[in-house]
Design a protein around this ligand. Structure first.
Ligand code: NAD
Length: 488
């Protein structure tokens, strides 16, 4: 670990048509959130650089070097990529943690572990996707072919870059598409290494291209490209809205959005084990410093147990060690950037002004490290329409609201623009099913919070998005359907 954490990181390049290239603009400094120091630089791709990458992806798709390769051969390459991610899991994870600040213990599983599993899942699925023969009249043969869509532009955020990157790359490549990937400015390094691994494992030149740089320049150019047939995005609602505009202004490319959340975690007085509920709920909001799309950032507690449960939760939160994410006894790592940390503190200030109580934390910490750290924070006396209950902080800040009845819980749970995730804690089976039915969210956890795997889809309703990652449902969107109508 000591060697990996201090290994120099070479200045990074763009991957275009199988070659590592410089961009036309000046490189961007990469600061590590662990200590605020410069780690390396990434290229800042301008419109011409992005056009070269998209052109390369287009050519690679059109000449069939990957799109028409036998599925069994594509599968071999994807399995080889999974093998290499597993073999390099520690190094990839440390590189990613130095870049984005997630605690190592969690990142090892959620980043490298999950990325390898995702490449394997879609490698296994790709030669089990059949077309159809339609039940037409007997003198006609109606065939429904599945074809890759073409060039996929993938734009991903800084929390869990490898995991979320793999959620896009693996199914897109498995289906035979070419990809231009745009990582977040503050978490590009592990994805650049993943791209190198893909090349080393036999992915043909031009099939995967990586452009780094500011969203408003590099991401915009990618989203406006006439060479891109489809955008898959994970990030904020504000950027998601822009992508829909770019699609409308360019070639009507289809746009799949995985956006933010303000997910309610609902604790009923009849929950089977309140101590366990408090422990899991604390991790449900504070792991990765709350920088988790499905974080249970609103705690709705039945009035009769409100004070007792908040105390239990504060006790659990108090046990979490915040610090250097590469120390193995750290529970909670760093905030991704200083700007993000300042935004989090701004939410806490506004909560104070709105009359909420800061029951725990609320402050920056470990300033002497030069890094970006924040105390796990619990805000109580929150009304459902307060800012802290409505807007996504994307930091270690929990808003607590009391409720009186099942109807009240559902009303408050559904009272934001978001619908990504939820949790319900109850010993009553009927109530659990009613909550799953009535809470508008892409996933509802029952007597747990945050679990998932590749077999189930992840996606939001309302303003949390319009698509899914993971599972065979997510795979579908990387294919077009083509009908052959043949007179016999
Ligand atoms: P963001 O929207 O600021 O950035 C995401 C990506 O979009 C980055 O690569 C960025 O460079 C790029 N981008 C920014 N402006 C752009 C533009 N004008 N055109 C094209 N690209 C642009 O989001 P973020 O701060 O990186 O990520 C945090 C957000 O992501 C949170 O809202 C979080 O909830 C959400 N998220 C959702 C999921 C999910 O599965 N639903 C998972 C993780 C994160």
């Amino acid at each position: 670990m000591d060697e990996l954490r201090s290994a120099p990181v070479a200045p990074q390049k763009l991957l275009v048509d199988g070659t590592w290239e410089s961009a036309s603009g000046a490189p961007l400094d990469v600061l590590s959130p662990i200590d605020g120091r410069k780690l390396t630089t990434i290229e800042s791709a301008g419109p011409d650089d992005v056009a070269r990458a998209c052109g390369a992806a287009r050519r690679a798709f059109d000449d069939g070097r990957w799109s028409r390769m036998a599925p069994a051969a594509r599968k071999k390459v994807l399995h080889a990529i999974a093998d290499r991610i597993e073999a390099e899991a520690a190094a990839l994870t440390v590189l990613g943690v130095r870049d984005n600040g997630t605690e190592f213990n969690m990142a090892l599983k959620a980043e490298a572990g999950s990325a390898a599993g995702t490449f394997r899942y879609y490698a296994e699925a790709l030669d089990k996707m059949y077309g159809e023969i339609a039940p037409t009249a007997p003198d006609v043969l109606g065939l429904v072919h599945r074809e890759p869509v073409g060039v996929v532009g993938a734009i991903v955020p800084w929390n869990f870059p490898l995991m979320i990157g793999a959620w896009k790359l693996a199914p897109a490549l498995a289906a035979g598409n070419s990809v231009v990937l745009k990582p977040a400015e503050t978490a590009s390094l592990s994805l650049l290494r993943l791209a190198e691994i893909c090349m080393e494992c036999g992915l043909p030149d031009g099939v995967l291209n990586v452009v780094t740089g500011p969203g408003a320049m590099t991401g915009e150019a990618l989203a406006l490209s006439m060479d891109v047939d489809m955008l898959v995005f994970t990030g904020s609602g504000a950027t998601g809205r822009r992508l829909l505009e770019y699609a409308a202004r360019s070639n009507l490319k289809r746009v799949y959005l995985e956006l933010g959340g303000k997910s309610p975690n609902v604790i009923f007085a009849d929950a089977p084990d309140l101590e366990k509920a408090a422990k899991v709920s604390a991790m449900g909001i504070f792991r990765n410093s709350g920088q988790v799309c499905v974080a249970g950032s609103r705690l709705l507690v039945e009035q009769s147990i409100h004070d007792e449960f908040v105390q239990l939760l504060a006790k659990e939160a108090g046990k979490l060690r915040v610090g250097d994410p590469l120390n193995l006894d750290t529970h909670i790592g760093a905030i991704n950037s200083e700007a993000q940390l300042m935004g989090n503190l701004g939410f806490v200030d506004d909560a104070r002004k709105q009359g909420n109580t800061i029951a725990l934390g609320g402050n920056r910490m470990l300033d002497d490290t030069g890094g970006y750290y924040m105390e796990p924070t619990i805000v109580t006396d929150v009304a459902p329409d307060h800012r802290i209950a409505q807007e996504e902080v994307f930091g270690p800040v929990l808003a607590v609201t009391a409720f009186d009845s099942d109807d009240d819980a559902v009303r408050i749970a559904n009272s934001t623009d978001y619908g990504l995730a939820a949790g319900v804690w109850t010993g009553n089976l009927s109530r659990a099913h009613r909550m799953v039915r009535d809470i508008r969210a892409g996933v509802v956890h029952v007597n747990t919070y945050g679990g998932s795997d590749n077999t189930v889809p992840l996606g939001g309703v309302k303003q949390s998005g319009n698509g899914h990652d993971k599972s065979l449902h997510a795979f579908d969107k990387y294919f077009d359907l083509k009908t052959a109508w043949m007179q016999l």
